[in-house]
Design a binder for this molecule. Structure first.
Ligand code: ADP
Ligand code: MG
Length: 682
């Protein structure tokens, strides 16, 4: 925006020091800040055709009083006044609570304007505001601003009106003509005015549309710039390896790769060979076969004379992965080691020494791998599994480890596309969207807690066939705050119920690493048949003989998490089952349970999860990296987001964007974000 608009708000005539300070409290410092302080919602006083109004919507109607008002008292204070109103061709009822004094004002055939909630079934409006006469407001859509301290909504409207009056014509557009024309977007000046003083919904929609595009475009320009500069500045190793050796490894796998796996491998190999550093996100549903893709990638790095690292969030997973890799590479003479926080003393020192000497080919571990004391000889590739468990900060440390190794982030939580291109907008994305052939759908049922007896009988039937079961609980111990089942109680109950028939194990986060390992080993060797556990088993754990999972209080989990949990079964050739024990109170809760029973597709579930829970909650409450937009809504406006992303990618790589004067404002905005000084977005 024009530099005049970067002056303090007190430059506006009518806004003094005192008000200026109060506006500062609301993070409004410049004239531009004030102009861009948009209402968070609108009161709609415009007249509408009743046929278009939804049940329980708030509306304003104008009509003629069609019956004498009827006043009923419930007690001394509470009363109800009803009368009929003719609105156009509709005859409706108006109800007014606790305002008996209106009775004398309501006269047959007089015109009244009423604002209130519309009950479509009863054809009744509950009066919240009444004007005795025709509609008087000329501005029928009233902005509502969020306010703080001594500032009132009325005050806010006045300050903004002053700003528009004195500086409105100095608002310059940051979007170039071409883009405005291509998408028929309103010029910034008009759009700002409409956002503060809309006269109809059509205009408001257009103004909003402009800002949604602008916000997304700016955001994606940052992401694309970051991507471009990261690639170009941090030149990775251009690895050279003998493709025939890699192909031999791929051909000797116990199964042919799926088309999706092949495609993803090609994408990764191109990155590994290129002089740019790889910064890629690999998404693939539970069981889609990411481990083997990781193994192939690691092997390519090793064939080029580099070391590889595989990082996972839990020790159990680290052990399992190390074991899978040892098996896959059993004929290839590779040195694969495990490093977790429970590897201590002499053993640890040995591993660290070997690593630094370059004797270890692949190091598998938890975040212990990114500690300072861990030094590689020649680290070429880092892979993290289930990366969303790693914070943004860890992601960054990881990228900076070694001499800019290629980095591959793997996740089994399918991330809705909108989030993938915002939260991970600076990365390249590969997707395995195909399951290995012959997988059976996990049959999923949603039952109420009363059905426990029947579930126990069902578990018993599976046990009789030689299978095993997981029972998942949200908590470890009894908690007086939350009325939920806990793992310890459930373990006691099941141990009693299945005494002499099956051994029941208990697993939760408070066990020591040794204890956990012990329980896990017992379960995978079928010494324990039923494993009661908290969500520690969520990711990656692989016991193909387990065909049954019961999840207590399933409504407490998000869809993506339930899907992750469910992915622990259905790993062998037998039919598997998942039982959700839940009594959700809300409609949304019920819908979530139903959808779990309907689909096994993680991508469908993730989209649904995002829709039901919103972007902020998708990754859990912690710092999620989900950006906040003023006007735009990632879920609602996702099509625009895609368009903006494509435009941004084209712009960043075009000469015109960097040189042409029509892009000056956009360039300035981008520069202001600090991205070009090497400052990281996270
Ligand atoms: P995830 O993507 O959840 O990490 P895994 O890599 O653990 O999945 O693979 C799940 C199972 O599928 C493993 O037992 C693996 O050996 C097997 N698998 C992987 N790819 C294929 C394939 N192309 N055909 C058949 N089985 C496969
Ligand atoms: Mg996995």
């Amino acid at each position: 925006m024009n530099s005049h608009l970067q002056q303090p708000v007190t430059e506006i005539k009518g806004i003094g020091e005192e008000t200026g300070l109060q506006l500062n409290e609301m993070h409004i410092f410049t004239i531009s800040d004030l102009l861009l302080y948009f209402p968070y919602r609108f009161e709609d006083y415009s007249l509408r055709d009743l046929a278009e109004v939804k049940h329980e919507e708030k509306i304003t109607i104008e009509g003629k009083v069609h019956s004498e008002p009827l006043l009923t008292y419930y007690n001394r204070k509470r009363s109800r006044l009803t009368f009929r109103v003719l609105v156009g061709r509709y005859l409706i009822t108006a109800t007014c609570f606790n305002r008996p004094y209106y009775k004398n004002k309501i006269t047959l055939n007089d015109t009244v304007t009423i604002t209130g909630k519309w009950d479509q079934h009863r054809q009744t409006i509950t009066v919240s505001e009444i004007v005795f006469g025709p509609m008087i407001k000329d501005n029928r859509i009233e902005p509502v601003y969020s306010i703080k301290g001594k500032i009132t909504i009325k005050g806010m409207k006045r300050f903004i009106a002053l700003a528009l009056e004195q500086f409105g014509d100095q608002i310059e557009d940051n979007l170039p003509e071409q883009l405005l024309a291509t998408y028929r977007l309103l010029p910034k000046q008009d759009a700002i005015k409409i956002m503060h003083h809309p006269t109809n919904h059509q205009d408001l929609k257009q103004a909003r549309r402009r800002f949604v595009y602008e916000e997304f475009l700016l955001f994606q320009l940052k992401m694309q710039a970051l991507r471009k500069f990261e690639r170009e500045q941090s030149a990775g190793a251009a690895m050279e390896f003998q493709m025939d050796k890699l192909e031999e490894f791929m051909n000797r796998l116990p199964f042919p790769l799926t088309n999706a796996q092949n495609r993803v491998v090609t994408e990764i190999m191109n990155d590994i060979r290129s002089p740019y550093r790889m910064n890629r996100l690999l998404q693939g549903d539970v069981g889609s076969g990411k481990t083997v893709v990781a193994a192939i990638s690691l092997y390519a790095a090793i064939l080029s004379g580099y070391q590889g690292a595989l990082m996972v969030p839990t020790e159990i997973l680290a052990e399992q992965h190390a074991q899978s890799l040892v098996e896959l590479f059993s004929d290839y003479g590779l040195n694969i080691q495990l490093l977790t926080s429970s590897v201590k003393g002499k053993r640890r020192r040995e591993i660290l020494e070997q690593l630094e000497a370059g004797d270890i080919h692949i190091l598998v571990g938890t975040h212990a791998l990114i500690q300072d004391e861990v030094n590689f000889h020649k680290l070429g590739l880092v892979i993290t599994d289930e990366q969303h468990r790693f914070g943004v900060e860890q992601r960054r440390i990881l990228r900076e480890k070694g001499e800019s190794p290629d980095v591959l982030f793997m996740t089994a939580t399918p991330i809705p596309r909108t989030l993938a291109i915002t939260v991970f907008g600076e990365m390249d994305v590969s997707v395995i969207d195909e399951m290995p052939a012959g997988r059976k759908k996990i049959e999923t049922y949603w039952v109420k807690h009363e059905m426990l007896e029947r579930i126990l009988a069902f578990i018993e039937k599976e046990l009789a066939k030689g299978r095993q079961a997981y029972v998942i609980c949200p908590l470890i111990e009894e908690s007086d705050k939350l009325d939920v089942q806990n793992a310890i109680d459930v373990h006691t109950m099941l141990s009693f119920h299945f005494q002499n028939k099956a051994k029941v194990g208990l697993m939760h986060g408070r066990l020591s690493a040794d204890e956990k390992e012990d329980v896990m080993r017992q379960f995978s060797e079928n010494e324990v048949q039923i494993l009661v556990s908290t969500t520690v088993v969520e990711v990656g754990v692989n016991v193909p003989n387990a065909t049954m999972m019961v999840i207590y209080d399933a409504e407490r989990f998000g869809l993506s998490q339930l899907h992750q949990l469910r992915g622990r079964v259905g790993r062998g050739s037998e039919q598997s089952y998942c039982i959700l024990l839940a009594d959700p109170k809300s409609e949304v809760g019920k819908e979530r349970m139903l959808i779990m029973t309907e689909t096994n597709d993680g991508f469908v579930l993730s989209e649904k999860d995002l829709e039901l829970r919103g972007p902020g909650d998708f990754f859990g409450r912690k710092q999620s990296g989900v950006p906040e937009f003023k006007v735009a809504d990632m879920v609602h406006d996702y099509r625009t987001l895609e368009v903006a992303r494509n435009d941004a990618a084209k712009l960043i790589n075009s000469k015109a964007f960097w040189e042409d004067s029509s892009y000056k404002h956009l360039r300035d905005d981008l520069l202001q974000s600090g991205i070009l000084d090497g400052e990281k977005l996270d």
